[in-house]
Design a protein around this ligand. Structure first.
Ligand code: LLP
Length: 438
């Protein structure tokens, strides 16, 4: 946090708006985004591709944060989006997002979802498995409708946060296996299907990746296989989609490369490999989710109860928790929080930030230094823009928070706060309110 992020009286700002004013206006818990920061991340990716002068496409992995307004931002910036369900596809359509810029992912797309994708005219369907290949072949034959497809392959390389394994087969539910010939078989099936236009190959090796090696290895492996396919199958893809997964800095301990450094390396490796193997250059697609939205978002909470166990721990409780951010409980994810009224105050004591949900695992942050606080203070948990709102739940029948976009000093509500009435909206009362004894 720099002075540029603070108002004259030291309040934390987001997109040029005072977070205390936002908490007042919209209540807490509240997700707030600096949409200018999202645009900057998108443009940083574009700049790397442009500097290397290669054909490319950026497809926002909208699972990281999907809402009508977010698809509108992606549309304004001229990028593609990937969707992984009928619901995301529907939301993008409601947003007026151009359907020819949608890629449809998933390891078990239903017939209804595939039909929806064909009805909407999505740009590309990522075929994941043989069952889906058959469904889509039958559907497109019946409809006499051509659709662009990519094959998702499992390259047998998985990247984890700090290491990667490359040995043998990756045990994954996603994609056609590359090592056992399944992918070759899938290429042949797609080639034989009259209405499937096979434009490329897709793979995704993981999320929150900090190291380059995994990406370089998939580029090397894919280009080698493409060169073989050119000879053996008469197929050479136009597009190589390397997925997303570029890591972001959640805490001061995280030291990832910049997302753009990953992409620069991927591009240079692709240029080098295609030259070395004497095959045509590929159009490179990336699917960043987290890296476009994580650090652009934060969650505002109000502090309430506290519990000090002498010599053991001090808990500060906020008015949200695992319902609006499941990541600490689910993945042991780490976040940092600041006091919105003055993030630069010297931190005095070590505290742990608890949620309001009825289980002990509902902790947002363990052991972080904070200045002295009082009930009613607004706490900003930083960098919650990815997989926060999108994984939110109504656990304990808590309404999900609102989402506000801020940019250039303006704020706009983009998702309303749920109400109690929303919580019972889908409940169907018993037809016989009196218990019937038989
Ligand atoms: N493309 C595909 C095919 C994916 O499966 C994913 C994420 C992405 C792109 C985007 O990856 P990203 O750039 O966001 O790392 N809920 C978890 C993350 C799950 C990611 C699943 N796939 C979390 O909160 O960390």
């Amino acid at each position: 946090i720099t002075q540029a992020d603070l108002t004259a009286d030291q309040h934390l700002m987001v997109g040029g708006v005072d977070t205390l004013a936002l908490a007042q206006k919209y209540q807490t818990p509240l997700y707030v985004y600096d949409t200018g920061a999202i645009r900057q991340e998108i443009n940083a990716f574009k700049a790397v591709f442009d500097a290397n002068d290669v054909p490319y496409q950026i497809s926002y992995a909208s699972k990281a944060f999907a809402a009508v307004a977010m698809y509108q931002i992606a549309a304004q910036e001229g990028i593609h989006c990937d969707v992984v369900s009928g619901g995301e596809m529907y939301t993008a359509k409601q947003a007026g997002f151009p359907m020819d810029r949608i890629s449809f992912h998933g390891n078990n797309k239903s017939i209804d979802e595939l039909t929806q994708a064909l009805d909407y005219g999505v740009g590309c369907i990522m075929v994941d498995n043989f069952y889906e290949m058959q469904l889509l072949t039958d559907l497109t034959n019946q409809r006499e409708q051509t659709v662009q497809v990519m094959l998702r392959v499992a390259p047998g390389i998985s990247a984890h946060t700090h290491d990667y394994i490359s040995t043998g087969q990756e045990d994954s539910k996603f994609g056609f296996d590359l090592n056992s010939g399944q992918a070759d078989e899938a290429v042949k099936l797609a080639q034989a299907a009259p209405y499937l236009d096979l434009i490329g190959i897709h793979c995704h090796i993981g999320s929150q990746i900090f190291e380059l090696d995994g990406f370089k290895m998939i580029v090397d492996k894919l280009v080698t296989i493409f060169a073989r396919w050119q000879t053996t199958l008469g197929f050479y893809p136009r597009v190589m989609n390397v997925g997303g997964g570029f890591g972001v800095k959640y805490t001061s301990e995280d030291q990832p490369l910049l997302p753009t450094e990953f992409v620069d390396a991927i591009v240079k490796e692709t240029i080098a490999q295609t030259k070395a193997q004497k095959v045509p250059m590929l159009e490179i697609w990336i699917e960043p989710g987290r890296s476009l939205v994580a650090t652009a978002g934060m969650t505002l909470y109000t502090l309430g109860a506290s519990k000090d166990i002498p010599g053991i721990r001090k808990y500060l409780a906020v008015d949200g928790g695992m319902g609006d951010n499941i990541r600490p409980a689910l993945y042991d994810a780490k976040y940092e929080a600041v006091l919105a009224k003055n993030p630069t105050l010297p931190s005095k004591e070590v505290v742990s930030i608890a949620g309001k949900y009825c289980e002990s695992g509902d902790m947002l942050i363990w052991n972080q230094k904070l200045p002295a606080t009082q009930p009613g203070d607004v706490l900003a948990v930083l960098d919650t823009g990815a997989y926060g709102y999108s994984m939110a739940s109504n656990y304990n029948r808590n309404p999900r928070p609102a989402v506000v976009f801020c940019e250039n000093g303006h704020d706009q509500l983009v998702v309303q706060r749920e109400t109690f009435a929303d919580l019972t909206r889908l409940d169907v009362p018993l037809v016989t309110p009196e218990k019937i004894e038989n």
